[in-house]
Design a protein around this ligand. Structure first.
Ligand code: AMP
Length: 396
């Protein structure tokens, strides 16, 4: 069912959002991106004349309620973002929550306390899901970041709304953007993969290799490939048990006519430290005692050239240790190149933990086509896995 086409008039919608926002020691929100992302979905429901029961998790409470993980801390900010007074239920299930929910009038919004104060949430408990479901007429899932978990509020609850379940705008936008890269693209498609380890990206590479024209590899992963090809990598990060896998990837790429671009030069350092001694050298001629912590200028130029000739680009993982200013050049230049190519009409999707952190660090998030909100969920989707939260809405 399409969210935009659904009329919420006189309906109570229970909406799973991702309000897992960072709070400081005074319980102030230090980054409200995830909250702002969900506002259009909530507004659509209340503007239609419906009411919204909002549910989310916050942090990782271990054993029942904990003040520092209470969603009550975010009520004032949510009220401000929505321009109305949000009600709060101090327990996500039970009589009080039911009572407030039953009295909700059109245009009103209720926030439930942290779902993860109950272990039943992460266990995907049926009875718990039923209790949540009993408060509403329609279920909306708008939490892409937890769509890869079969939790009560993300997956099991959908079973109680066979004819009234749908994604909100956040998930719809995520799926449209990823599918644009994976399935609907015309022209040249390029994936840029970086980050620390080959092992954590292997399933992604294995799926992407059948979908893209170019695969750019950077970051710490580089050196496992270079060593597998017989190069000298000094003390760079390496996964010695993945050398065969790296060669295998290169072979599959060749068979499928995918161009693989590995760095040709590196900024190497004599220790893992921002103040280390550094020098530029060929990526396969790194001396013992030196480690590659960023890509060199020749590699940057080559990668930018590939980016400029692409129509669709997916970027996951930094090109170097971008957290240290001495080794951020490659990552920054790639981010800039993505901004430029977006201006020329290319579709650029940035996703997965650290590349999102990088694009935010350089204040470029609004200058690319789409920045994914779902780290792990996005990666599993790209790997070709079926996400339980997505499947639960799509199944009849
Ligand atoms: P990932 O979570 O796998 O995307 O990895 C991100 C991390 O990889 C970041 O913290 C980077 O600092 C790190 N990284 C990137 N390039 C290198 C490198 N050449 N050597 C060691 N770590 C790196």
């Amino acid at each position: 069912m399409n969210f935009d086409d659904y009329n919420f008039l006189n309906k109570k919608a229970i909406v799973r959002v991702d309000f897992n926002v960072p709070l400081n020691e005074n319980f102030e929100i230090t980054d409200d991106t995830r909250m702002r992302a969900a506002i259009p979905t909530i507004k659509k429901i209340i503007n239609d004349g419906g009411s919204a029961i909002i549910m989310s998790h916050l942090g990782r409470p271990k054993n029942g309620p904990e003040n520092k993980f209470s969603l009550k801390h975010i009520v004032p900010h949510l009220s401000q973002l929505l321009g109305l007074e949000v009600k709060f239920a101090p327990d996500c299930i039970g009589n009080q929550a039911k009572e407030i929910a039953s009295k909700l009038k059109a245009g009103e919004v209720l926030l439930l306390e942290n779902l993860r104060f109950y272990k039943e949430e992460t266990n995907g408990d049926l009875q718990f899901s039923k209790e949540l479901a009993s408060m509403a007429d329609v279920y909306v899932n708008d939490a892409f970041g937890t769509a890869h978990r079969a939790h009560a509020s993300t997956t099991i609850i959908a079973g109680f709304f066979p004819n009234d379940k749908m994604f909100g705008y956040v998930i719809e936008n995520e799926l449209n953007s990823i599918n644009k890269v994976l399935n609907d693209s015309t022209g040249t498609i390029t994936a840029i993969l970086g980050g620390a380890k080959v092992s954590s990206k292997i399933s992604i590479i294995e799926n992407l290799i059948y979908k893209v024209n170019n695969l750019i590899i950077g970051g710490g992963m580089t050196y496992t490939f270079i060593k597998a090809l017989g190069g000298n990598i000094g003390s760079s990060l390496v996964e010695n048990d993945k050398l065969d896998m790296a060669l295998n990837i290169l072979n599959i790429a060749k068979k499928n006519n995918v161009n693989i671009y590995l760095p040709t030069d590196s900024i190497v350092a004599d220790k893992f430290d921002n103040n280390a001694n550094t020098k530029l050298c060929k990526v396969d001629e790194i001396e013992e005692g030196w480690m590659g912590l960023d890509i060199g200028q020749e590699s940057v130029n080559k990668f930018i050239d590939v980016i400029n000739n692409s129509d669709t680009i997916l970027w996951n993982g930094p090109m170097g240790v971008f957290e240290m200013s001495s080794f951020e050049n490659g990552t920054k230049k790639i981010a800039k190149a993505l901004v430029e190519v977006t201006k020329k009409g290319a579709f650029t999707l940035i996703g997965g933990g650290d590349s999102v952190a990088a694009i935010n660090k350089y204040n470029m998030a609004d200058k690319v086509s789409y920045v994914s909100t779902g780290g792990g969920a996005l990666l599993e989707y790209i790997e070709g896995k079926e996400l339980p939260g997505i499947a639960a809405i799509k199944s009849k």
